[in-house]
Design a protein around this ligand. Structure first.
Ligand SMILES: [Zn+2]
Length: 213
């Protein structure tokens, strides 16, 4: 099974990708993870990518293409792949089509995790980090809203920079603007499933599996 997973920040895309990849034995290909690993390992690609990112520039498609091709090729050792964070542009989508054709892989399915912006903002704005142990929690999941469930510290929760409301709103705006053309391009060609992502995690997984049957 070959999946491309889309979802706004805060809808649980990473969580679903992890569950699906282990349940279905799919290779989880996350461009974010690949970049971090390559940079940490000091590979040629990592060094080039880091130099660009340090200047605030995007890593160009030609560079990304090679690592994605390798990762997809490796997915042949699994039951398929789940792409997370790629393709991000229409050019990258075309590149993916090319790789899929070259490797004679069946056309992937597009899974879009949906969530309304205002609900995502409300949800993410309840995220806190424990200043004592670093654990990230959501206040709505806690019975005792001032006690860290991991280290039991009291009143140590802080709001991370990424979870400030204006930052969340901006990230959503960027995501929508970036994603719209890619989804429009892909949904004409691929089987596309839209899943309500603001349900409990297990329900979302179940609905995705049901849709893919
Ligand atoms: Zn803690």
């Amino acid at each position: 099974m070959y999946l491309i997973l889309f979802g706004a920040p805060g809808v649980g895309k990473g969580t679903q990708a992890k569950i699906l990849s282990s349940t279905l034995d799919l290779k989880h290909i996350s461009t974010g993870d690949i970049l971090r690993t390559e940079i940490a390992s000091g590979s040629d690609f990592g060094i080039k990518a880091k130099a660009l990112m340090d200047k605030g520039e995007l890593v160009p498609d030609e560079l990304i293409a090679d690592v994605i091709r390798l990762a997809i090729n490796d997915a042949l050792n699994y039951n398929g792949f789940i792409l997370d964070g790629f393709p991000r542009t229409v050019d990258q989508a075309k590149l993916l089509e090319k790789i899929v054709k070259e490797l004679k892989i069946p056309a992937p399915a597009l899974v879009i995790l949906k969530g309304e912006d205002d609900i995502i903002v409300r949800r993410l704005s309840k995220r806190r980090q424990c200043a004592n142990c670093g654990m990230i929690v959501n206040l709505s999941d806690l019975a005792h809203k001032e006690i860290c469930p991991t280290c039991k510290a009291v009143d140590k929760f802080i709001v991370r920079k990424d979870d400030k409301e204006e930052v969340i709103i901006n990230r959503l705006k960027v995501y929508r603007a970036e994603t719209r053309p890619v989804v429009a391009y892909l949904e004409d060609k691929l089987k596309t499933f839209r899943i309500d992502a603001l349900q409990p995690v297990a329900v979302v997984t179940q609905n995705i599996m049901q849709a893919l049957k």
